[in-house]
Every structure is written in C-alpha cells, then in structure tokens.
Design a protein around this ligand. Sequence first.
Ligand code: ADP
Ligand code: MG
Length: 143
Amino acid sequence: MSNRTLAILKPDCVRKNLIGNVIAKINEAGFKIKAMKMTHLTKESAAGFYEIHKHQPWFNDLISYMTSGPCVPIALEKDNAVADFRKLIGATDPSKADEGTIRKLYAKDKTENIVHGSDSDENAAIEISHFFSRKELLENYNN
Ligand code: ADP
Ligand code: MG
C-alpha cells in the first residue's frame, strides 16, 4: 500500500466543474487511478473521515463543506505517492501554496481548498479503505 494515496475532489471542485482539470493535473504528474467514484458524504461519514480534527474550532465548517454536495474520492498509485501528491496539491491555505499547485490554481480559501491528499502511508491505507472495498481495488489492479 505504500505507493498509494487517497485524493478527494471536494464538493467545491465538483460544483466549479473542475473535475476534468484536476484529474488532468493528477495524470500529468504521473499518478495512476486505481479506483474512483462520486459520492455524497453523510455527516457521519465525513466526521469519521476527519475524526482527527474533531476538536478544531473549524470542524463543523469542515463537515458542512464536505457534505454540501457530491465529492470524488480517488485511490492513486505512484512511487512516493503520499509526498508527491501533497507537493502537487500545495499548502492547505491556498494563499500559501506554491505556484502551479492545484490549490494555488483553483482553491478559494483554507476550508474550500478543492482537494484532499493523505498525509502518511498509514493514513492513506485507512482512508482508501474508508471509500473502496478490496474488490473495487483489485478489479483495477492491472490498469
Ligand atoms: P490538509 O487537507 O492540507 O491535509 P488538514 O488535514 O490540516 O489539511 O485539514 C483538513 C481540512 O480541513 C483542510 O483541507 C481544509 O478543508 C480544512 N481546514 C484546515 N485548516 C483549516 C482552518 N484553519 N480553517 C478552516 N478550515 C480548515
Ligand atoms: Mg490532512
């Protein structure tokens, strides 16, 4: 699993019709798509996914945002996937993100920041299993 990471094209990405632009960037950067779906998170699912942040003052805003419309979780594969994907998306706050990163290009602010990326191999495995069954991942093994 250590060459995998979980991306989520967040509800603002879907609303702004940026799914195609962001996936193009992801593919251009050398990531392979192993599994992908569109899903509208429930409050319970979003709160479970972001449980680590439950004591943050902005937690309720985060859950409202993540449940405001459908999102697109994507399991990605590449050597050094977690770090390389974090580099591709840029800092959490888009005003601090490097030029050319996905958040710098498309994100509005530090809540509505277009895209999620896992922060460690361990969390990538947990996050991928939050959205995809073993069967869904194995079906695409040879793509
Ligand atoms: P990242 O998504 O870059 O890993 P975090 O894990 O720190 O960032 O936070 C998870 C998500 O919570 C962010 O992507 C963003 O949507 C939201 N968020 C983070 N920090 C803030 C903040 N200070 N104010 C509002 N929303 C925030
Ligand atoms: Mg994070």
